[in-house]
Design a protein around this ligand. Structure first.
Ligand code: PRP
Ligand code: ZN
Length: 290
């Protein structure tokens, strides 16, 4: 297969929880494509990539079979379907956890209390594995959605399901008794796609994804500060690159530009103010290649 005329194929959820964010990610890495209402396939205008729009449950199998090279899908589905695929990258969205939950009023507090009980879930494989690993015998009731309603209908004593904001559990008067695993959306690939020309194209996409994810994790910060506090401030913001320092008209003051990690952002800003920084401006970073 010649590398220069091969189109990579990626499977993406057509509609549902992760569809829009998956499209947004592809667009944010510079790919142009149109999605029309009922179309199940679209082609990138500026990259050799074809996008298949499918149900997310079908993505791991399509990737395993090699009918597509890549897929964007939640770890929950990857674990449940247990296919032979490679996880290339966590994409930092669709974060949730798979939990065991029981009605608020029930006396059940520990997994062991569920011995002999009924558990409703859309994830029978994960649920079976989890209870087996804890040596607790349960009856698994498979239901395809709206699992939270089953305790109300006396169909089950507990549920095993995803929780993100926690509002669905709360709304149905359920409480979590244990977290089984955490999940987020991943880019997956078929092992055979990681060779030759396809690998080159996949690496190009990965570089773009890395620069986008890295940019999202950081902010660009600009400020004025007394020259004398420079040593302390440089310590505070080591930055990805060392900070840029420029003279100002105002005597004894300089301007400093730097990259600050989002997770330590508020902490850092407070400390900067204490050290005399003024006129602090913060901007998002669009792409960051390190
Ligand atoms: C998912 C999941 C939970 C809910 C969790 O269901 O199965 O029910 O979202 O989200 P929250 O903690 O933010 O409330 P989804 O809405 O996809 O519907 P379904 O289970 O009926 O498919
Ligand atoms: Zn649900």
């Amino acid at each position: 297969m010649k590398s220069d005329n091969y189109n990579l194929k990626i499977a993406v959820q057509k509609s549902g929880r992760i569809a829009d964010k998956s499209f947004a990610l592809l667009r944010d890495i510079g790919l142009n494509f149109e999605i029309s209402d009922r179309s199940l396939f679209t082609k990138c205008e500026n990259f050799p990539l074809e996008i298949m729009l499918v149900r997310d449950d079908d993505i791991p199998e399509m990737v395993e079979l090699g009918v597509v090279d890549l897929g964007i899908v939640g770890e929950n589905i990857i674990l449940e379907l247990n296919k032979n695929i490679i996880r290339l990258k966590a994409l930092n969205f669709g974060k949730c956890k798979f939990v065991i939950a029981v009605p608020n009023e029930s006396g059940i507090n520990r997994i062991e209390d569920l011995n002999g009980k009924k558990i409703a879930t859309s994830y029978p494989f994960q649920t079976k594995q989890f209870f087996e690993s804890r040596n607790v015998k349960v009856e698994i009731i498979v239901i395809n959605g709206a699992v939270e309603i089953t305790p109300l209908l006396n169909m089950a004593d507990a549920i095993a399901d995803l929780s993100s904001s926690g509002s669905t559990l709360k709304m149905h008067e359920l409480r979590e008794i244990e977290e089984v695993f955490k999940s987020e959306v991943k880019l997956i690939s078929n092992p055979n796609s990681l060779t030759n020309g396809r690998k080159k194209l996949i690496d190009k996409l990965l570089l773009r994804i890395d620069s986008l994810l890295c940019a999202k994790k950081n902010k660009y910060v600009m400020m004025n500060l007394p020259e004398q506090s420079l040593p302390k401030i440089s310590e505070l913001i080591p930055g990805i690159t060392s900070p840029t320092i420029m003279p100002l008209n105002r005597k004894g003051y300089v301007a400093l530009h730097s990259v600050v990690a989002e997770e330590v952002f508020w902490d850092t800003i407070e400390k900067l103010k204490e050290l005399g920084a003024t006129g602090i401006l913060v901007s998002p970073i669009e792409k960051m290649v390190v």
